[in-house]
Design a protein around this ligand. Sequence first.
Ligand code: ADP
Ligand code: MG
Length: 796
Amino acid sequence: MVKQTIQIFARVKPPVRKHQQGIYSIDEDEKLIPSLEIILPRDLADGFVNNKRESYKFKFQRIFDQDAKQETIFENIAKPVAGSVLEGYNGTIFAYGQTGSGKTFTITGGAERYSDRGIIPRTLSYIFEQLQKDSSKMYTTHISYLEIYNECGYDLLDPRHEASSLEDLPKVTILEDPDQNIHLKNLTLHQATTEEEALNLLFLGDTNRMIAETPMNQASTRSHCIFTIHLSSKEPGSATVRHAKLHLVDLAGSERVAKTGVGGHLLTEAKYINLSLHYLEQVIIALSEKHRSHIPYRNSMMTSVLRDSLGGNCMTTMIATLSLEKRNLDESISTCRFAQRVALIKNEAVLNEEIDPRLMIKRLQKEIQELKDELAMVTAEQRTEALTEAELLQLEKLITSFLEDQDPESRLEVGADMRKVHHCFHHLKKLLNDKKIFGNNTVSNTVSSESKDRDCQEPLKEEEYRKLRDILKQRDNEINILVNMLKKEKKKAQEALHLAGMDRREFRHSQSPPFPPGNPEEGQRMRLSSAPSQAQDFSILGNRSSLLHKKTGMREEMSLGRQEAFEIFKRDHADSVTIDDNKQILKQRFSEAKALGESINEARSKIGHLKEEITQRHIQQVALGISENMAVPLMPDQQEEKLRSQLEEEKRRYKTMFTRLKALKVEIEHLQLLMDKAKVKLQKEFEVWWAEEATNLQVNSPAVNSLDHTKPFLQTSDSQHEQSQLFSNKSDVNARKILPSPCPSPHSQKQSSTSTPLEDSIPKRPMSSIPLTGDSQTDSDILAFIKARQSILQKQ
Ligand code: ADP
Ligand code: MG
């Protein structure tokens, strides 16, 4: 058992504008615990807090300043946790901080550069690398991705996302069994056998989350996301299975209301916007106070799901993300205060080991067979008929493979049949004699003395016989007990299934994560409990492209006018720079990978040639030896040694290149995912903007009809004016912002109900409820309208 308080780290985000940076200092004296001091300017301090404090100091395990790289964060925070998960302990890393402070950047990563990969992709990479290195155990990895929004749980990996909106999918709900174990109903577990598969799942979940989000429902700042890696491991031949879960949690923004402090408001009195964070704080307070027997986990879904991570069987780490700009100082102080409380919580992580009764039975059965054989030998049941030809042949094969087996522990298993045992000895004797003819006396001498020893062995005594019989009886009993246990467990599982309304996708979230394959009965249970998810694993991975096609490829079905508008929209969008950059990098990586691939092929054929040359050289040497009547050449062959060192060198080169190619492949895959994600985002923003334009056009339709293009422009509201201005101003792409669309007007809803084939082709996301014209005439009107606006602006 490992007792540990929750580890707390702080990470300061670089400010958007340098001059808005608040004053803070980090004290990282090696002898002391690092501390962060935040200085409140006097005017702010007067306004917000009544005790007029100006400086606040907080202690952390480590504090990462603005320039800390993602790599450093992973190495220092996530790697140790991943390490203990590999050992079989549960782990949790959660990011806490106000919206915009860098939680998602830290947990998942930035959407622009490969080097911005966050904790999740790096951890996946690390875990799969370690699994590959460790051949002493068999591992199975499963992934789940849960989003909690407004106390409702959503499975971000539900394959039905494609067909329906988040709200229409079955909600993930919590079930608690009599032992107080938490079960999550409707959350699918997906097996990932490679890093690539796991990354695809992460991408899929993130894209689903993005698509479900509407301007009215900014889920990403209000929802909690829990990405979980479930790891099971087993040593070959052992009956013990270890399970560990790693939760990587991106919490909702921790901002609070009532911070404008009408004099006398203490910061702590401010209320969370997000209710479940309020309950999280309550749990933290209860846990950090001694002698509190009741911990209110059940108040919210998030605290129930993370129950083990908070004061239970888990190694937990918190990252306080801080945006230390002047206007955010009070929120940052709240975040640090929360962290200080969290640091008081003690967890007790234990190895989650389970004896697998099925494997135990197998082992005992083998032991029984061996004992039975021994017993049969002792009781000396006589068989007189001769062995058949086939049996003899089989025995000789066994002997040959026994003699060839390099393993010192290998055994010649012929069972309790004395005829077979005798035949083996005869055959071995014959082999030895044959060898003797070739003059190998030493071996035969040692072996014959050994066999003499064996001949002298005393027969097994009566006492020993009784002992063996007792062990046999004992093992039989054990098997009976285990079989009964199994039956009971099966019955329990069936009852649990029944309890869950026969929902076939329920799985045991806390106590029994997936078992490794090769475990037939458990495998069956797994299949039972999550059959749909297993069956859909493939489709999920294979569907990435089709999903993207649906989200981004809508253009193919757009009217010409809309397509053109999309091209302009894309060209002027801030993200297009990132997409283009990534395209360039991707191109470079592709050509690098191609060149590497060619060099690898070259190296491979060179290795082949060298091997061939060495073999030829060998044959020549042997031929020379025979012709000159020498068994072994006296001098080592210089030429061969040279060839060998060349071969070694080539192999090393091959290995280096291969490792590089493998890393490149992961990078390429990641870049592709980033680009796919950016494309989905672009498409989504275009749809919002398009819908807005369509609504505007309908409002101002007389102007459009008379083709007086200046009119609608002049009639637009300030914000729209600003928007279009920014939109058309290419030099200020970064400042451009698509404003959220307002609720659809009754008029436009009417429009949308008379859907056209184009509308039908758009998936039924919340987004698609915003009216789209779908009419190519109107579409080209909108395009004409945009163009007119742009040309007017350019003239100005
Ligand atoms: P949150 O999830 O807490 O709301 P985000 O992770 O979305 O915040 O971060 C907000 C913005 O700041 C994003 O554009 C992100 O790329 C950027 N950002 C956050 N942390 C860093 C950092 N350490 N370095 C560079 N950019 C960052
Ligand atoms: Mg976020």
